[in-house]
Design a binder for this molecule. Sequence first.
Ligand code: PLP
Length: 297
Amino acid sequence: MIASSGANKLFVKRDDLYPLSFGGNKARKGRLFFEEILKSGCDCVVSYGSSSSNHCRVVANLCAMHGLSCLIISPEETMKDTFNKKMIKLMGAEYIYCPVTEVAATIERTMQQLRDGGRRPYFIQGGGHGNTGTQAYVECYDEIYRYEQSSGIHFDYIFFASGTGTTHAGLICGRKKYNVTDQQIIGISIARPNPRGRQVVIDSVNDYLGESYADHENVCFLDDYISGGYGSVQEGIYAVIKRELVQNGLPLDATYTGKAFYGMEQYLLKNNIAGKNVLFIHTGGTPLFFDDLEHIK
Ligand SMILES: *Cc1c(COP(=O)(O)O)cnc(C)c1O
């Protein structure tokens, strides 16, 4: 628990401290993806993401650790020089830039060129999307559930930053696995509006379960705090980031965790929620905190 101030008890699961490549949900997913990749006999990995992508950093790091080559396809609209990008280059990954509208075609072409050259490429969807990514967050839910059992604390609400949907889907599948019915899992969208954002989460749940999730009414994907979309910073967010760092030693960033933390606070206030146990899952992105540092006054 980090704070009993405010109307609720707030707990934070520090997935940002997951012990691999600066942690976060992409490290948790990446570990599982590489178990598959190493078994598959593939010799290079292709993935995509913006220059802020934590997923691409983790993939590049795991490739370097296992001696695989790594190609990152990235939209030229987001060519900012970030700490993630600097690390990706340091790890020896190769960037291929293209306009955002040509990402799909560029992936296709790159995969074909590699195969034609006698390579065996493995493709990971952006953000570590897919059942493997979902499985990583079923395992995270296992940890949360075990903590609840051993501590006697039940979380009424779980909040986190939701992007491509598998972190969210995994938590929902975990809740279903243990038949938990008195807990709200609320993903704060960092980019996608509804109805698409929510539908992608439901699709991921269905895909993982291999059947249609009966309780899809209960999938809560909030798009109220996306501001102008991915990377767009709402007013007041740097104040929240500064306060959490200074008062609680909690580093947040403006693209993912800060946006979600801000959204969580607004949501709890707006809905007059009080006296509850609230869990915030810190999904990582520590290098982005440093990118943002100059904006925090
Ligand atoms: C990618 C990312 C998310 C979103 O996770 P999804 O599984 O894509 O929804 C949240 N927080 C951070 C720090 C991320 O890097």
